[in-house]
Design a protein around this ligand. Sequence first.
Ligand code: ADP
Ligand code: MG
Length: 694
Amino acid sequence: NARLFDVDRSSVSSEGYSLDGKLDSQRHSDILQKRETLPVRKQKNEFLDVLKKNQVIILVGQTGSGKTTQIPQFVLEAVEVETSVKRPKMMVACTQPCPVAAVSASQRVAEEMNVIVGEEVGYSICFEDNISDKTVLKYLTDGMLLREAMAKPLLEMYRVIIIDEAHERTLATSVLFGYLKLVLGMRPDLKLVVMSATVEAKLQDYFDGAPLMKIYCVHHPVDIFYTMKPESDFLGATIRSVVEIHQREEPGDILAFLTRQEEIEEACHRISEEIGKLGNKVGPVEIVYLHSTLPPDMQQKIFEPAPPPLVEDGPPGRKIVVSTITAETSLSIDRIAYVIDPGVVEQKFYDSRVGVKFLMVSPVSRDRADMRASLAGRTVPGKCFRLYTERSYNQDRHAQTDPEILRSDLGSIVLILKKLEVPDLRHFMNLPAEEALTRALKELSDLGALDDKGNLTKLGNMMSKFPLDPQMAKMLVVSPGFNCSNEILSICAMLSGFDKVKARFVDTDGDYLTLLNVYNEFKRNKEDLSWCDTNFINYSVLKSAQNVRQHLVQCMSRCGIEMCRTYLYGPEYYDNISKAILAGYFMQVAHLECTGDYLTVKGNQYVHLHPSNFLGGKPEWVVYHEIVSTSMNFIRTAMDVRGEWLVDIAPPRYYLKNFPNSEAKQILELLEKWKEEQRKWEREESKNKRYVPR
Ligand code: ADP
Ligand code: MG
C-alpha cells in the first residue's frame, strides 16, 4: 500500500538518524533545545491549568509561537498523567486545514518525541493514513475528523480534540464547531481546544464564554512599503523585488507569495537566473518553493538555514522562499525578515445557481495582508513590500476573507451532516442566506440520497461513506447496475487524483474515457515512469490516482458493492460507462444549440468544449464533470451521451421542472413525451398479451 506522503528518511537528512529510523542524540538534543525557546513553553503550566478547569478553551498566538507542535504534546502529557498510563486508550486529535500541514506537524512532533511517524504520533488525511494501535496523538485534516464522526458519532476515541488554525475558517472547521458543540453537551468528559492566530471574539460567544488565553510573543516592528502605482505584472514585480532586496538589504531571509504552482516554479527559475548574473558581488542563495502538493521531503527544505557566505567576510547568504498561501499560517518559517506580498490570492468560489466552480485570483483581504506582513517580524525587525498602493489597501479590500462555507458547494457536507443525524440543519448551519443550503438539499434529493421527508435513503447512506462529491459517489454506487464498477472506479480515482495533486496530466483533461484509457495503459506498462515521460503524462497524478483507487475499493467492499467490468471490445462498453456517469451527473449536461454553441441545461450558461478535447466533433449532448471559468467558461472533462438516456436516467420530468426554457429543454420535453407514449404502449402491449384469448 503505497503512501503518497511516506517520508524517505534518507532524503530528509542523510545524517541525524540511527538505523532504527530514530534520531541520533545530537540532532535530537538540538531539536529539544529549539523547542524550549518557543513562546508557548513559558505558558505551559498556565495552559494546563486552564484546560483542567474548563471543557472548552480558546488559545490565540501568532504564527510560530509553537501552538501546532507543542500544545498537542502538552495535552498528551496531561492525559498521560491523568490516567497514569504511558499510552492512554483515548487519544488526542489535532486538526489542520490542509493535508500538508497535518503531515508536516506529525513529522516534526514525531522527531521531538523521538518516535517514528505512524507509531505514537500519526496522521490521517483523505485517502491516506499513517497510524497504528500505538497512536496516541493524531494530526488529521478537519474533513477527516468529520468523517470519523460518521463512524463514531460521539468520537469516543478522543479525550481531547484540538481544532487548529481556526482563523482559516475552512468549511469543515466551521461545521465541526457546530457538531462538536453538540457532542460536548453529550460527553462531559471530552475537552476542546480551539487554536487561532487571530482573536476570534465570536468563537468565545459561540462556546458560551469559554476562556480565551493569549500566548505572549515578542513582536518585532515591520516597516511596510507600498508601490506608487498599481502593479499589473505581479510575477515580474515579485522577481525584481527579490533581486533588489538581495542586492541592497541587510541579511535576512525572504518570503514571497504567489498564486499558482506554475507561477511559483517560473519565479524560482527566473530569480535564480537573475541572481546568477550578479556573480560574486552578492551572497549565495538557496531558493525554495512551497505549495500545498509538494512532497514532504521538499517541504522540509523551508526549515533549513540560509547558506553561509562563499568566502569569509563575503556577502551573506540568503534563503528565498516562494510560496502559495500555505506559508501564510499553516507552516511557520523562521528567520524571515522580508515579505513580498503581491496582494492577491487564488480562491475557489462556487455559484450554486448555475453550479459553476470558479477559480479566481482576487485581492487578499486586509487581515490576510496584515498576517503576511507580520511574518517578517517574527524573529527580527523586518520589512514588508506590498506590490499595490496604500489606497488599494485601504479602499479596495475587504476587512476579512469570507469563510469558506459562504463560497462552497454544500452537497458533500450536507450529506455528512445528514448521516450524523444533525437535527434542524438550517439552524445548525446558521448561514446568512439559506439559498445554497436549499439547493444542496434539493440536489441530494434529486440524486436519490434523501427521501421526501429529507431523511437519508439507503442509497444516500452508501454515498455518504465515500469521500467524494455526491454526484461522483452516486455514479460509483450505482455503477454495478450498468455493469461497469471497475471502469467507473478508475475514472473516479483519476478525477480525485487530479484534485489531490492539483495538476493535470496533459494540457487538457480530454474526456472521461481518455482518463480511463490512460489509467489502464499506465497499469499495462507496469507503472513505468519513463512511459509517463514519453507520453507527457504526470506520473504523480497517476500514482495518486492509484492510491485513491485502492481506498475506494476498500470503501466499496465495506458497502458490499459488486465489482464488475464491462467487456472492452463489446458493443456496450461506451454506452454502459456513459450511462453510469450520467446517473451521477445528469444535472450537468449541455446541448449543442443550432447556433453552434453549447448551452448548459442548468442555468443556461454558454460553455465551450476545450479545443483539445478528444470527443471528435461536436456531439449533440455532452455530460461534463465541471465548468471552469477563466476568461471563458470551459467544460472540463466531458463525454457524449444520447438525449433518450437523459430522460431515462434522471428522475421523471426532472429537466422540465427544474431548468429555464431553452432549445435543449424543448427537445427534452419531446423526448419525455415520446417516452411516456412508449411506456403507455408497453403497458397496453403487456395487457394485450395477458388477455390473449387462447
Ligand atoms: P504555530 O502553530 O504557533 O505557528 P508551530 O508549532 O507550527 O507554531 O511551529 C513552531 C516552530 O517549530 C516554528 O518556529 C518552526 O520553525 C518549527 N517547526 C515546525 N515544524 C517544523 C518542521 N517540520 N521542521 C523544522 N522546524 C519546524
Ligand atoms: Mg500552527
